[in-house]
Design a protein. Structure first.
Lengths: 198, 372
């Protein structure tokens, strides 16, 4: 998790206005506030998590990304961050469009279903994969729309969304993804991090 | 009203032009303070009371001998910690706890004003209370906070005085009084005016008091402060000191007895005409209308940090009405946090021991104060 935050922080310039969608207990918000002096806001659906954010002195709105992003004007944030949540929405495309409308840029991270451990788990065990980034079982997972790094890249390309930077993360190693190494990174990374704009 | 002689009162010399067009001057504002103002004068919180509240936020109310209306939230070590903050609260104009109201005498003819008292608005209340800042030499408050009608005053205050508070806490409130709420207020007013002792508002000089009407108004209003679930759990169909129904119109049920009690104790501490005037001020409140229908414009000049709180079971000022304020603030990029607190205590939740609410309030204030 911490390394994901470092990669996200590296993508964000100092002193910018950032919205963390699905900010949970606000650890990433706190990290960005302390390290990047960001003017940061959060949107979080869980009352308990909102309380934890308030206790950290963070500005958070209790709300649902699928309904409540519409109250933010176009391009009202320099960056909108969505960490490992896109796959949990009923309609990820709608949420993605909203993120790109509200933010000048969006940073999306996705747990990679193409990760080799995931593939091997399904191939050899024949049960739904459980990894560090996908810790839940099939019946209690919040994830409705799992995708691979390759799926995500194909998806954004087909929607004319511009990718500024794609980063593959495997434990502590972060590396750039490009057209040539996409197949390999799709196998070796358990997390994909994308800086995008529309 | 049996008011203590050591009532703290500020006589406002500056003329105040009311929304109705009339100008008042040399009028009293009764206030109370808790904690102490620090040397930088940056720890003051102005608390606004709701419809039937008063300046006695915490400690023992000298009139009712009961705990102050926001004792759960305000006091030493509490959410609004008076060891740390200087809390000021004043009775609204139109009220009956020492501030200028309908039971005051008319300066010109020496009669009790009654319904000759000018109709006042939330805006008038806030403008009158603003004089307290000068009185205490406070340039900028640390916070303005209040629930229900107190929340309306909070919103009006920051709209009128955008740079006079660092933080803003509207709780269980609205930016525009709804048809349902106007309806309930009208019910209360009609109950008072239907009491033959009301005498067109001139009851004091006739030595009477429309207590029955005022009690009914309070009973009706009291129901709206609770939730269906809360009422059911507390009272259900429990009978009042009897084994069985009595086949009459006495208070058979505990809920009836409870409401009758609430009505009767209210009459002892509240003035019927004040009830008319204050409910009217709430009904007239429409902050968006003051800005040609655009609520965001009410807040565009302020850099204050907002924290808006609503309650799940509050059907009088439901979450959506609180969220409308959040939306208006977000649409101009204001600094706003929002949380809906889970509670089955209805609108009254903000006055009660609701730990999630009190924690959120405390954390927001203390963290914001640390950032000062």
């Amino acid at each position: 998790m911490k390394n994901e935050f470092n990669v996200i922080a590296d993508l964000i310039e100092k002193d910018k206005k950032v919205l963390d969608v699905g900010c949970a207990d606000g650890i990433l918000m706190k990290f960005l506030k302390d390290n990047k002096n960001t003017n940061i806001r959060g949107l979080e659906i869980s009352k308990e998590k909102v309380q934890e954010c308030v206790a950290k002195g963070l500005t958070v709105i209790e709300g649902n990304a699928e309904k409540d992003l519409k109250q933010f004007p176009d391009k009202s944030f320099d960056y909108v961050v969505l960490s490992q949540t896109l796959q949990a929405f009923l309609n990820p495309e709608l949420v993605l469009n909203e993120l790109l409308r509200v933010g000048k840029k969006a940073i999306i991270t996705i747990p990679n279903f193409g990760y080799w451990k995931v593939r091997l788990h399904l191939l050899f065990k024949g049960t739904m994969p459980i990894t560090k980034t996908l810790p839940d079982e099939w019946h209690n997972t919040p994830n409705l729309h799992m995708c691979t790094i390759k799926d995500f890249v194909h998806f954004v390309n087909s929607r004319n969304i511009k990718i500024f930077k794609s980063i593959a993360l495997n434990k502590l190693n972060a590396s750039l993804i490009n057209e040539r190494n996409l197949g390999i990174k799709n196998l070796s990374a358990d997390l994909g991090i994308f800086l995008i704009e529309k | 009203m049996n008011i203590e002689t050591n009532l703290k009162t500020l006589i406002v010399k500056n003329p105040l032009k009311l929304d109705c067009g009339k100008t008042i001057k040399d009028f009293p504002i009764a206030y109370e303070t808790y904690g102490s103002l620090n040397s930088q004068k940056d720890n003051a919180i102005l608390v606004f009371h709701a419809l039937t509240g008063d300046q006695y936020v915490s400690g023992t109310n000298p009139v009712t001998k009961k705990d102050g209306w926001w004792s759960y939230a305000v006091g030493p070590g509490k959410a609004i910690d008076t060891n740390k903050y200087f809390v000021i609260c004043s009775n609204v104009i139109g009220g009956c706890m020492g501030s200028y109201g309908p039971s005051d005498l008319d300066n010109e003819n020496g009669n009790i004003q009654g319904t000759n008292f000018p109709v006042i608005t939330i805006n008038d209340m806030v403008n009158a209370q603003y004089n307290l800042l000068d009185h205490f030499g406070i340039d900028k408050l640390f916070s303005v906070a209040g629930g229900s009608m107190g929340g309306m005053q909070v919103l009006q205050f920051i709209s009128n005085f955008p740079d006079k508070s660092k933080t803003v806490i509207p709780i269980a409130t609205t930016s525009s009084h709804s048809a349902q709420n106007i309806a309930f207020n009208e019910l209360g007013r009609q109950a008072i005016m239907a009491d033959s002792n009301w005498k067109e508002g001139d009851y004091s000089s006739n030595n009477s008091n429309p207590g029955k009407g005022l009690a009914v108004a309070r009973m009706a209003a009291h129901i709206t402060y609770l939730s269906q679930k809360g009422l059911q759990e507390k009272f259900g169909r429990k009978l009042q000191e009897r084994e069985d129904l009595k086949f009459g119109f006495d208070a058979d049920f505990q809920i009836e007895s409870y409401l009758r009690y609430q009505g009767s104790v209210f009459v002892d501490r509240f003035d019927a005409n004040s009830y008319l005037y204050i409910t009217r001020a709430m009904d007239y409140f429409d902050l968006a209308k003051q800005f040609n229908g655009n609520l965001s414009d009410a807040f565009k000049l302020t850099k204050a940090k907002f924290f808006i709180i609503s309650f799940t079971s509050d059907w009088l000022y439901p979450t959506q009405e609180n969220k409308d304020i959040v939306i208006a603030l977000n649409s101009i990029g204001a600094d706003v946090g929002f949380v809906e607190i889970e509670s089955d205590k209805g609108h009254d939740s903000f006055l009660l021991d609701v730990p999630d609410f009190l924690n959120a309030l405390k954390n927001f204030l203390d963290k914001s104060y640390e950032e000062n």
